[in-house]
Design a protein around this ligand. Structure first.
Ligand SMILES: Cc1cc2nc3c(=O)[nH]c(=O)nc-3n(C[C@H](O)[C@H](O)[C@H](O)COP(=O)(O)O)c2cc1C
Length: 189
């Protein structure tokens, strides 16, 4: 059986990072992705890229609707490696923080937390308010939860936006055991 990763996409900025993460998961023969895009994510995608939600869906193995609250990731008995939410809005951060599982992304995240599986949040907003920071800090204390904001790095000397996006995406899939081929890790001086 292939290892399953649930990928949630919400309406924060960062859709090229979502696309790159799906491509990196797709390169792994032993893994499959279950993509859930919120309605806001679909709007932001059109704003930030030339892609349609259907084209992004084609990069995933399975596409589920956010309203489909009875789908398999809504249950802890559905075995997964965990969940990546990229990008992750502050609304969705707040929903996870309060256990408010009102759509499939929030429910799947809630299940991931309660099962102590890996939950990676590419949380993105600027500036961050005290409410955002409190929610993120408290979530970071839960077993399995990793807050990995999609932040720029320069030490690998990116020449293009794509190289920068690749580096961010590589960091996001790493907790699931994925070593992106072109990821240039910092190995000291
Ligand atoms: C172009 C655009 C960019 C946005 N960027 C962010 C962002 O970076 N962070 C954030 O928390 N919300 C952002 N939002 C607002 C969210 O889309 C909005 O709060 C939405 O309700 C989130 O819902 P969801 O978490 O269910 O996807 C953005 C909205 C738009 C239209």
């Amino acid at each position: 059986m292939k290892k399953r990763i649930i990928v949630g996409a919400t309406g924060a900025s960062g859709m090229p990072v979502l696309v790159k993460c799906l491509e990196l998961i797709r390169e792994q023969r032993e893994m499959e992705s279950y993509l859930i895009m919120s309605e806001s994510a679909k709007l932001t995608l059109v704003q930030e890229t030339e892609m349609t939600p259907e084209q992004v869906g084609n990069l995933a193995d399975v596409v589920l609707e956010e309203r489909d609250i009875g789908a398999r990731p809504a249950s802890g008995s559905f075995q997964t490696e965990g969940m990546l939410i990229v990008p992750c809005s502050m609304k969705t951060v707040a929903g996870i923080h309060s256990g408010y599982g009102e759509n499939l992304i929030l429910r799947a995240a809630d299940v991931t937390v309660k099962e102590h599986r890996t939950l990676v949040l590419a949380a993105r907003e600027t500036p961050l308010s005290g409410i955002h920071l409190r929610n993120l800090q408290e979530l970071s204390m839960l077993p399995g939860v990793r807050i990995i904001p999609p932040m720029m790095t320069f030490y690998h000397r990116p020449q293009t936006i794509d190289e920068m996006v690749y580096h961010v995406a590589a960091r996001l899939v790493e907790p699931f055991g994925i070593e992106a081929k072109e990821y240039r890790r910092w190995n000291g001086w």
